[in-house]
Design a protein around this ligand. Structure first.
Ligand SMILES: Nc1ncnc2c1ncn2[C@@H]1O[C@H](COP(=O)(O)OP(=O)(O)OP(=O)(O)O)[C@@H](O)[C@H]1O
Ligand SMILES: [Mg+2]
Length: 625
């Protein structure tokens, strides 16, 4: 645009310059010729006046004075005073005098034909002044006797050349002024217009590549400034719309990113078009690029199947307008299989099905919770049964006590009477049998007594309890578990009494001993040991240590062993309540229980109980004899 304007200006300048040049040359040349002719006529007139008043004698001098010496004015070609018989009476230059007019003209390099016009000039009104070619010619008759004629010729070539020079220099000056104007216009275009246009174009270009801050900010009131302001207003509005769009996009993205369900968009052929981070996690993929474009249903299986999903099923799941809910399994790279809930809904665009959005929900947690609930319910049922057994055993112990009392009394009576009988060979055997029966009955009595201690549900009295005696009672009851597994070592320091409830304390020790026995896998008592030790700690509290050489407890299991219903034992063997009850019983009396264990080495439980320095009168609760 700018170049075209400049080109047009230059063309216009050339055309106008040429036209102006030619016009001026013609005009000025014509004016110079006329001037020349006027001067020549005036000179001739003055010579004529001199001749008419002064006579012909001074004609030569007048010719030279009026027309000027040729040496001073080279434009004078010739000036002659020609007689009636065409001889030269006076001349400038003077050497032409006395020659015929034709000869004089020839010698001066003028056309001799001019001599033929001289006679006509003598006629009335014969004065002639004209321009012929590059000459001004004046023929003027003098009104004196003989009527000589003045013939003067001057060259106009020099004045024409001078005019041409003048016009050329004027044209050059004009051209220079014009060029200066063009340069000024160029500068204005460049500086004022172009810079502002470039600002507008730059702003538009930056805006196009997402620079929402880009504005032209053009000052002024011209058309360009209006265009700039229109652009800025449009950019403001687009930027605001864009910001709103970005905000809403960010909200959607946040929603997709924070949802726990894996979310994938599918096209109609089942290829993944987008996915959220939860989907990447579920499908064990680091980057969306690894997932986009892959066939979604190729990643899933029907539960329990190792085959890819049936094509007919996949086609139906993709084409239906209904929601598809299905539990599926997802094979993982580590070989495990994840149970997932699949829910796929149609994506409709103006009523046309264009794809699907599917969600995948990890069912592992749900399944684990269901399994734990099932286990807990079984353990609760077991605990309930055990509680019933405990209550029953208290009743059974009570019922056994009376017959046992008279069985023992009668056995004592029989033994006594046998000793009084005269000795017979069989008598010794009968005595031995009675002694064995008495020992057996005695053991039953001890067990019954211990069971009564353990199951004394109504007696929660806290008092002084003989700790080592409670330990012995517990060992007695656990003996059937321990006997085949380990050697029981007792290391009592005679710690005396602790503040506790005897029945509950026996329950705690019994659980620890049974746990120790169950932790020992082999049935080689010589190779394993369950050690029971007591001592008073630095603060005078009673410390009981029960340690075993069993399997030990793994580090990850250790923090959970005091949790209710936590067990590693098969259903029916353990309920997981033992240690949690131990913990609450011990802390209830102001003591505490600690554990240390190493897998393959064994486990050690330490129980700290508040001691009773002196047995308070009547407060000590001793198991009944
Ligand atoms: N001496 C031990 N050696 C190894 N593991 C032990 C020992 N004592 C306890 N544990 C672990 O602690 C778990 C919890 O013990 P706890 O006594 O509370 O329950 P349980 O013995 O499994 O069942 P319950 O005592 O109710 O019959 C056990 O399942 C076992 O894994
Ligand atoms: Mg236990």
């Amino acid at each position: 645009m700018r170049s075209s304007v400049l080109f047009l200006l230059v063309v216009f300048a050339l055309v106008f310059g040429t036209f102006f040049f030619r016009m001026r040359i013609e005009d000025d040349s014509r004016r110079a010729d006329e001037e020349k002719l006027r001067v020549l006529s005036k000179q001739a007139r003055r010579v004529r006046q001199f001749l008419e008043h002064g006579g012909i004698e001074s004609a030569g001098a007048d010719m030279i004075r009026q027309f000027g010496a040729m040496s001073e004015d080279p434009t004078l070609r010739i000036a002659l005073l020609v007689s009636a018989n065409c001889n030269v009476l006076a001349a400038n230059p003077p050497e032409l005098v006395a020659l015929s007019a034709a000869e004089a003209l020839r010698r001066s390099g003028e056309s001799p034909a001019l001599a033929a016009e001289i006679p006509d000039a003598r006629k009335p009104g014969g004065t002639r002044a004209s321009i012929e070619s590059d000459r001004a010619i004046v023929l003027s008759p003098v009104q004196i006797p003989g009527r000589p004629v003045i013939l003067a010729v001057r060259s106009v070539a020099e004045t024409r050349a001078a005019v041409r020079r003048d016009v050329s220099s004027q044209t050059a000056a004009l051209a220079l002024i014009f060029l200066a104007l063009i340069a000024a216009l160029w500068t204005w275009l460049e500086v004022a217009l172009n810079r502002r246009i470039r600002r507008l174009v730059d702003a538009a270009a930056r805006f196009a590549v997402d620079d929402l801050e880009a504005r032209a900010r053009l000052g002024g009131n011209d058309e360009l400034a209006l265009a700039g302001r229109a652009f800025d207003a449009m950019a403001d509005s687009v930027a605001q719309t864009r910001m709103r769009l970005l905000e809403s996009e960010a909200r959607v993205r946040l929603l997709l990113d924070s949802t726990a369900e894996g979310l994938c968009g599918l096209d109609l052929s089942g290829r993944i078009t987008f996915c959220n981070p939860a989907a990447l996690r579920l499908l064990h993929v680091a980057h969306p690029g690894q997932l986009l474009g892959s066939a979604f249903y190729d990643l899933l299986r029907l539960p329990g199947s190792e085959q890819t999903l049936d094509k007919a099923w996949v086609d139906l799941a993709l084409q239906t307008r209904a929601r598809v809910e299905q539990e599926l399994s997802l094979p993982c790279p580590d070989g495990t299989v994840l149970a997932v809930h699949h829910s796929g809904g149609p994506v409709l665009l103006q009523g046309v099905l264009v794809g699907r959005v599917v969600t995948l929900t990890d069912l592992t947690g749900k399944k684990r919770a269901e399994e734990e609930l099932r286990k807990s319910q079984a353990q609760l049922r077991m605990a309930d049964r055990l509680a019933t057994v405990g209550t029953l055993s208290a009743g059974v112990a009570h019922e056994i006590n009376n017959p046992l009392a008279y069985t023992l009394a009668n056995l004592g009576y029989v033994a006594e009477r046998l000793r009084e009988l005269p000795g017979t060979p069989d008598c010794a055997e009968v005595v031995t049998a009675v002694e064995e029966a008495t020992e057996g009955a005695e053991r039953v009595r001890r067990i019954v007594k211990d069971m009564k201690t353990l199951s004394r549900v109504d007696d929660e009295t806290i008092g002084a309890v003989d700790v080592e005696r409670a330990l012995d009672a517990s060992v007695n009851m656990a003996l059937h578990e321990l006997r085949h597994k380990a050697t029981v070592m007792k290391d009592y320091a005679g710690v005396g009494f602790a503040r506790a409830n005897e029945g509950r304390l026996v329950q705690v020790f019994l659980n620890l001993l049974v746990n120790a026995a169950q932790a020992i896998a082999t049935t080689q008592p010589d190779h394993n040991e369950v050690r029971i030790a007591t001592c008073l700690d630095a603060e005078g509290r009673v410390a009981v240590e029960i340690s075993d050489t069993g399997a030990g407890i793994p580090e990850d299991v250790l923090p959970r062993i005091f949790d209710p219903f936590f067990t590693t034992k098969p259903l029916g063997v353990g309920t997981g309540l033992g240690l949690s009850i131990c913990h609450s019983l011990i802390t209830a009396v102001g003591g505490h229980i600690e554990v240390a264990s190493k897998v393959g080495v064994g486990t050690r439980f330490l129980i700290i109980l508040p001691s009773v320095a002196q047995e308070p009168a009547g407060a000590a609760v001793r198991p009944a004899a």
